[in-house]
Design a protein around this ligand. Structure first.
Ligand SMILES: *Cc1c(COP(=O)(O)O)cnc(C)c1O
Length: 414
């Protein structure tokens, strides 16, 4: 898919893109937030729409020449509302983090109380972690998982909510392998007079495809990225009840952003069309089935999974019992053609930059069409690598096997 136009001007960048493309083709990509966007989605991002300024919203813009960009953004909005069954959709956030910031800006004042899941327990940075603007500009309360079963401790959520009376409760996570009980969060929020934000950045594709319950009926606002399981371009989106529509739109523009990325909006519209197809429902279910199969195979090899398994697209593995730190494992796995990330596990005794676990996800390899048999092979490879992370010959042999498996399952869009 390389563009000759890039090579003609800038062979250095063209070479690097070509090498990255080869990497994405030849390795098993298990980072749960990554995926393969379709050729149609990627083509939409590389169009003349990048030349346009469209500050405002369809029919209410600050510049002329919007006849086509209005139609494109309206299609994206209509498709988002239809796919998720939402009253209102804003498709302009540049990514997931600015989407969350816009929600906070819409619903909170500086200093108000914000409750979210702690990063070390699987929450996202933007849910109130202290190094981010969400942790500095708001009075933050953090909840986590139980030490016994690694499930979200809804009793703790209710207790903290009653004590601290947050104005906004955030549910949703980046490293939580279980179904999130959105209805229970909504009930707690209602009891204490808080609004509920469900951040489905990781699981939006599963929700769209019917493989995870939707928060849209019960949450006041739902935020998401568009590039993870939803398989769109890099971007963000906010869905909300009609009563919050105005505040959300104003918070995105002019509150936080300038002109929307029209080329991304078009690609989001394409991805939403793809996500509405029956094929996508099959994809979402296969992502979960593959994650369960991989989890089973790894447990068969003696791996300890946080929460004892998975209900969604990701697995969090605590490597403490294998005497291999997460980073060592992640680096050895990469040499074997298996790309994941080191990750903290709940109640981790090691430092965040050198944690005890690794996080694996099935969205990208499922987009290549891999299934249960491939998950078993993958589980066996992971076990072999973690058992001998310094065995260069073993890692090279597995990398070659991975490459030949990848050849049988062409990556979409590349
Ligand atoms: C990935 C993620 C985000 C942020 O998305 P970016 O596009 O990286 O800014 C927000 N919330 C959750 C739960 C995420 O997993």
């Amino acid at each position: 898919m390389e563009s000759n136009a890039i090579r003609a001007i800038d062979p250095e960048i063209a070479d690097l893109i070509a090498q990255e493309e080869r990497r994405q083709r030849d390795v098993l990509r298990l980072i749960p937030s990554e995926n393969y966007a379709s050729a149609a989605v990627m083509a939409a991002t590389g169009t003349c729409l990048t030349n346009k300024y469209s500050e405002g919203y369809p029919g209410k813009r600050y510049y002329q020449g919007q006849q086509y960009c209005d139609a494109i953004e309206q299609l994206a909005i209509d498709r988002a509302r239809a796919l998720f069954g939402a009253d209102h959709a804003n498709v302009q956030p540049y990514s997931g983090s600015p989407a969350n910031l816009a929600v906070y800006f819409a619903l909170l004042n500086a200093g108000d109380t914000l409750m979210g899941m702690a990063l070390p327990h699987g929450g996202h940075l933007t849910h109130g972690w202290n190094v981010t603007i969400s942790g500095k500009f708001y009075d933050v309360v953090q909840y986590g998982v139980r030490p016994t079963d690694h499930r979200i401790d809804l009793d703790q959520v209710a207790r903290l909510a009653r004590e601290r009376r947050p104005k906004l409760i955030v549910c949703g996570a980046s490293a939580y392998p279980r179904i999130i009980d959105f209805a229970a969060f909504a009930e707690i929020a209602r009891e204490v007079g808080a609004l509920l934000l469900a951040d489905i950045a990781h699981i939006a594709g599963l929700v769209a495809g019917g493989a995870h319950p939707s928060p849209v009926p019960v949450a006041d606002v739902v935020s998401t990225t568009t590039h993870k399981t939803l398989r769109g371009p890099r971007g963000g989106m906010i869905l909300c009840k009609a009563e919050h529509a105005k505040a959300i739109d104003r918070a995105v523009f002019p509150g936080l952003q300038g002109g929307p990325h029209d080329h991304t909006t078009a690609a989001v519209a394409v991805a939403l069309k793809e996500a509405a197809s029956p094929d996508f429902g099959r994809y979402a279910r296969a992502v979960v089935e593959n994650a369960k199969a991989l989890a089973e195979r790894l447990m068969h090899h003696g791996f300890e999974l946080v929460s004892g398994g998975t209900d969604n697209h990701l697995l969090l593995i605590d490597l403490s019992n294998k005497q291999v730190p997460g980073k060592v494992a992640a680096q050895a796995l990469e040499r074997a053609g298996i790309v994941c990330n080191a990750n903290s596990v709940p109640f981790d005794t090691r430092k965040p930059f050198d944690p005890s676990g690794i996080r694996l996800g099935t969205p990208a390899i499922t987009s290549r069409g891999m299934g249960i048999d491939e998950m078993r092979r993958l589980g066996d490879w992971v076990a072999a690598v973690v058992a001998a992370p310094d065995d260069a010959a073993l890692l090279a042999r597995i990398a070659a096997e991975v490459r030949s498996l990848c050849e049988q399952f062409p990556a979409p869009g590349l």
